[in-house]
Ligand binder design. Structure first.
Ligand SMILES: [Zn+2]
Length: 257
């Protein structure tokens, strides 16, 4: 949907001071992240992509469907405590079973997904997953990786040498050979599983039944034959079994504290 970042725009971001080198622990995931991009800038990119999507894709004709998504979205967002984002929710009129989130809190569901989901809990499962991506700052992390690729392996190894010491060369080499990431391109498998786990926690905090995440995923696996290609929720890495096992485990775990 979005063009991959060009080398020129990567340097423009550097010149504009939008790049901030930081390797911080994310309090939600407990994982250390290399983040080189400014949150405000990322939210602005998300806003642009969102306006673009709204102008190009037809919205649902059903106000009830739109209201339903907003209600579930607000409940999950409340549970996350992420109120600094300017959250927006939209149902696009498409038979595709798909959903995505953009930086800054723009969440899109396709009507095909809304129809496949049996009840609010199953929609909340996907919503929790998408909000989980935001909580975990996956877009910032992914764009930082892209930025390193764009700026070249040599520049990357300079940055990485401060973070990773002797392994910098190997890591930079791997980045150079890696796939280019964009704002709305599929997340990595690690990010997908992390968003799944955060989604289950959000469902629980918002008083939805986490078992609905498992039920929805089983439904997705059963409709395997008509699986669309670019499905954010499904990810590009088709290890359904691992994902389902993890989801079942998370849903069955007793609520902490
Ligand atoms: Zn995802």
């Amino acid at each position: 949907m979005l063009q991959p970042m060009t080398r020129r725009s990567a340097f423009a971001m550097l010149a504009a001071g939008a790049v901030v080198a930081a390797c911080n622990e994310n309090p939600v995931t407990g994982r250390s992240q290399l983040v080189l991009v400014d949150d405000a800038m990322l939210a602005q990119l998300g806003e642009q992509a969102w306006r673009d999507a709204l102008s190009k894709m037809p919205r649902t004709q059903s106000p009830a469907l739109q209201t339903r998504l907003e209600r579930i979205g607000a409940r999950i967002v409340d549970a996350s405590g992420r109120t600094n984002e300017n959250w927006e929710f939209a149902v696009f009129d498409s038979p595709e079973v798909n959903a995505f989130v953009l930086p800054g809190g723009k969440v899109a569901f396709y009507s095909g997904l809304m129809e496949l989901a049996g009840g609010d809990g199953e929609i909340a499962a996907v919503m929790g997953h998408e909000v989980g991506h935001v909580e975990a700052r996956h877009a910032a992390e992914r764009m930082s990786q892209q930025l390193l690729v764009q700026l070249g392996v040599q520049a990357a190894s300079l940055v990485l040498s401060e973070e990773y010491g002797a392994n910098a060369g190997a890591i930079a080499g791997a980045l150079g050979m890696g796939v280019m990431y964009g704002v709305v391109l599929p997340y990595s498998r690690k990010h997908e599983l992390e968003a799944d786990a955060l989604g289950v926690k959000l469902m629980r905090d918002a008083a939805y039944d986490p078992g609905d995440a498992v039920r929805f995923w089983e439904k997705m696996v059963a409709s395997n034959g008509q699986r669309p290609k670019a499905l954010e929720w499904l990810s590009t890495h088709p290890a359904d079994d691992t994902r389902l096992v993890e989801l079942r485990r998370a849903a069955a775990a007793p609520a902490p504290g």
